[in-house]
Design a protein around this ligand. Structure first.
Ligand code: LLP
Length: 427
C-alpha cells in the first residue's frame, strides 16, 4: 500500500514521529495535523526527479492547495517558487519572503483592480484571455511587467469533471488556434511575452495525458516561436500529479515520469529549433496532500436503517468527499492493529444529508470516543473549509522535530461574526 501511514509500538497512528492519539488529547478535535518532514521530503523528491533530467528547472508550488503560513515558509526555505491564483495568494507569498520573480500569477476572470494590484506587486503575470491582455495594456506600462499566456492544450484529465482544465469545455486559457495572433498582439501592445503555460487538470495518476499535453503545448510554443518570433524564457506545464488516496492506488513512478517527459520536452525543443528555456512545474497536491491528517473524534454511533459513525467534523471542515465524491482513507488512530470487521457510513455533523465522508467503509469495531483519522488531508482540505452551520474553522498543528506546534488557532464564534455590522435601525 502506497498510503502514508505509520503506526507506533502502542498501535497508535503516528504523524511525524508523534502519537496521533496524544495530539488529539492535547489539542482536541477536529484538528489538522501537518508533518513538516513529509513536505520537505516530497519537495526534494519532486525537485530532484526533474532537475536530474533537466537542470534548468523551477518548482512553483500551487499554493491554493494549502496556504498555512508555516507550510508556505517550509517550501520557501526549500527553494520553491509560488503559483498564485488570486491577489490574496500573491500578498501572503510576498509577505513570507517570496520575491516577485518567484511568484507566477495565473488568474482567470480577473478584474482591472486585481490586474493592477498583482502587476504592481512585480510578479510574473500568466494571462488567461485576450480581454485581460487588452485591459492590462491600459492599466500599466507594458514594459514593466513579465508576461506569459496560458494556452488550452486541448488535453484534459483529472479525478473529477470539476478538475479537468483542458479541452473544449474548459474556461481556462487561450485557444491553440489563436496563440500566434495573441503573442503578436501582445508585442504590438508593447509587452515582451517570455513564457507559455498549460495545466490540464488535477489528481492525475496516469502518465499518458501529461505526455499528450507536453506534446501539444510544445507544438503551440514551437509555432509561436517561429511565427511570432518569441524566444521563450520559460515553459510551464502546470501541476496535476496525483497521489494515492485508496489503498489500491499506486504512487506515480516519478523518476520514470520525469525521464520520459524530459526526453519528449527536449526532442520538441530541438524539433522547433528553440533555445533551452527554464522549465516550470506547478505541483500542489503532490507536495502537501499526504503531509496532513484530519483528526476527529467519534461522537455518536447510530444504528438506523444503516449504521452511522458520527464524527465531530463535517463538509465545512473537509469538503472533498461531499463535493467530488472523493475517497479519503480513514483509520482509527487508537486501534491501528485491529482488523476491519464491519462496513459503516461515516457521517459529519453538518445539517445536510450529503454530509458524508464515506459509505460502506470497512473499519474495525468503532466505539464512541475513538479517534478517527482522515488521511491525505494536506491539499484542498483546510483551504476549502468554511463556516457553514456557524462552525468555527479548526485548529492546525505542525509536527516539527517530533514536537507539535499550533500553527493556527481554532476560530471563536466572535471571529465568525466579526466583519458583520448591525444597521442602525435594528440596533
Ligand atoms: N496550476 C494550476 C494553474 C492549477 O489550476 C492547479 C490546480 C495546479 C497548478 C495544481 O494542481 P495539483 O498539482 O494540486 O493537482 N479542489 C480540487 C483540486 C482543484 C485544483 C485546481 N487547480 C481537489 O480537491 O481535488
Amino acid at each position: 500500500m502506497d498510503l502514508n501511514i505509520k503506526t507506533n509500538e502502542k498501535n497508535h497512528l503516528e504523524i511525524g514521529g508523534v502519537d496521533a492519539v496524544e495530539i488529539a488529547k492535547e489539542f482536541g478535535t477536529p484538528t489538522y495535523v501537518i508533518d513538516e518532514d513529509r513536505i520537505r521530503d516530497n519537495y526534494k523528491r519532486f525537485y530532484s526527479a526533474f532537475s536530474k533530467y533537466y537542470p534548468d528547472f523551477k518548482v512553483f508550488y500551487a499554493c491554493k492547495a494549502n496556504t498555512n503560513i508555516a507550510v508556505l515558509k517550509i517550501l520557501e526555505e526549500e527553494g520553491s517558487c509560488i503559483d498564485a491564483v488570486s491577489p490574496g495568494e500573491v500578498y501572503i507569498s510576498k509577505k513570507l519572503g517570496f520575491t516577485g520573480n518567484r511568484i507566477l500569477f495565473t488568474g482567470n476572470n480577473i478584474k482591472d483592480s486585481e490586474l493592477k494590484e498583482v502587476s504592481d506587486a512585480g510578479v510574473i503575470l500568466n494571462i488567461d484571455s485576450v480581454s485581460a491582455l487588452k485591459r492590462l495594456a491600459k492599466l500599466i506600462n507594458p514594459e514593466n511587467v513579465k508576461i506569459s499566456f496560458r494556452v488550452n492544450p486541448m488535453v484534459g484529465a483529472g479525478h473529477h469533471d470539476h478538475c479537468i482544465t483542458g479541452g473544449v469545455m474548459s474556461k481556462f486559457g487561450i485557444m491553440d488556434s489563436e496563440a500566434v495572433e495573441v503573442y503578436k498582439l501582445a508585442k504590438e501592445l508593447g509587452f515582451n511575452p517570455v513564457g507559455m503555460h498549460s495545466h490540464i487538470g488535477s489528481g492525475i495518476l496516469d502518465p499518458e495525458p501529461f505526455k499528450l499535453a507536453i506534446e501539444s503545448t510544445m507544438d503551440i510554443a514551437g509555432k509561436v516561436h517561429k511565427e511570432a518570433g518569441i524566444e521563450f524564457e520559460f515553459l510551464d506545464f502546470g501541476g496535476g500529479i496525483g497521489i494515492p488516496y485508496t489503498p489500491d492506488e499506486k504512487l506515480l513512478d516519478l523518476d520514470k515520469f520525469a525521464e520520459e517527459n524530459m526526453k519528449l520536452f527536449k526532442a520538441k525543443l530541438k524539433e522547433y529549433d528553440m533555445a533551452e528555456p527554464t522549465l516550470y512545474l506547478e505541483p500542489g497536491r503532490y507536495l502537501v496532500g499526504d503531509a496532513a491528517v484530519l483528526l476527529t473524534e467519534v461522537n455518536s454511533i447510530k444504528q438506523s436503517y444503516r449504521k452511522f459513525i458520527g464524527i465531530d467534523a463535517g463538509f465545512n471542515t473537509l469538503l472533498r468527499p461531499a463535493m467530488y465524491d472523493s475517497y479519503h482513507h480513514m483509520v482509527i488512530a487508537n486501534k491501528m492493529d485491529e482488523e476491519d470487521v464491519e462496513e459503516v457510513d461515516v457521517a459529519g455533523n453538518v445539517c445536510e444529508s450529503g454530509d458524508l465522508f464515506a459509505r460502506d467503509r470497512p473499519l474495525p469495531k468503532v466505539e464512541e470516543g475513538d479517534i478517527l483519522a482522515i488521511l491525505n488531508a494536506g491539499a484542498y482540505s483546510f483551504t476549502m473549509a468554511s463556516n457553514y452551520n456557524t462552525r468555527p474553522l479548526p485548529k492546525e498543528v505542525l509536527i516539527s522535530n517530533k514536537k507539535a506546534i499550533v500553527v493556527r488557532k481554532e476560530q471563536s464564534y466572535d471571529d465568525i461574526f466579526q466583519k458583520q455590522t448591525m444597521p442602525e435601525h435594528l440596533k
